[in-house]
Write a protein that binds this ligand. Structure first.
Ligand SMILES: [Zn+2]
Length: 181
């Protein structure tokens, strides 16, 4: 434009796309830095890009519901509902998602299957690295985060995501959604 020549269609589209991407990245950055909830969410998804679970569900429609439920759990995990009571065991927890994943007696057999699958399918190296992570990082791996605290290869991360999705989806059976909506 500065040269006095109107750009062709493709240059024009490219310029527009670039400007919109720049503007959106900046506003996402600002929004996620000022909101306490989004700030925490960035521990799972720290770039303005398509979320891994979304990409996975597009490639593999048969696990769409599992991916959808995992995203729902992520929302509950970061939301501040205060203490909630587990309707199965009666335990009251600051973070009901952590309770279902790590504590609830009714998730015990699914939890054991989850750990066993990581050990057998992931192998001893992945199992050792995964168990050495703190809870926040383990949750990041289960939610298929961008941060990749395990430094896993794509193949390893893919395997862990599938194992985690299976486990998280089973949590649905004991999850009283009505108390959160
Ligand atoms: Zn419980």
């Amino acid at each position: 434009m500065e040269s006095g020549v109107f750009p062709n269609k493709y240059t024009w589209k490219h310029t527009y796309k670039q400007q919109i991407a720049f503007h959106e990245s900046l506003s996402w950055q600002q929004r996620s830095e000022t909101s306490s909830v989004l700030k925490e969410f960035r521990t799972v998804h720290n770039t303005l890009s398509i979320f891994n679970l979304w990409t996975l569900s597009i490639k593999n429609h048969s696990i769409l519901n599992q991916c959808r439920f995992a995203v729902y759990l992520i929302g509950i995990y970061f939301a501040d509902f205060g203490r909630l009571q587990c309707h199965r065991c009666g335990f009251s927890s600051e973070n009901i998602v952590l309770h279902y994943i790590y504590e609830c007696i009714h998730s015990e057999s699914d939890r054991q299957t989850f750990w066993r699958e990581i050990q057998i399918k992931g192998g001893p190296n992945i199992f050792r690295k995964f168990t050495a992570l703190n809870i926040q990082d383990q949750i990041s791996v289960m939610f298929s985060s961008d941060s990749n605290p395990l430094h896993a290869t794509d193949k390893e991360q893919g395997l862990l995501t599938m194992i985690s999705l299976r486990f998280l989806y089973k949590v649905k059976l004991t999850f009283d959604i009505s108390q959160h909506v």
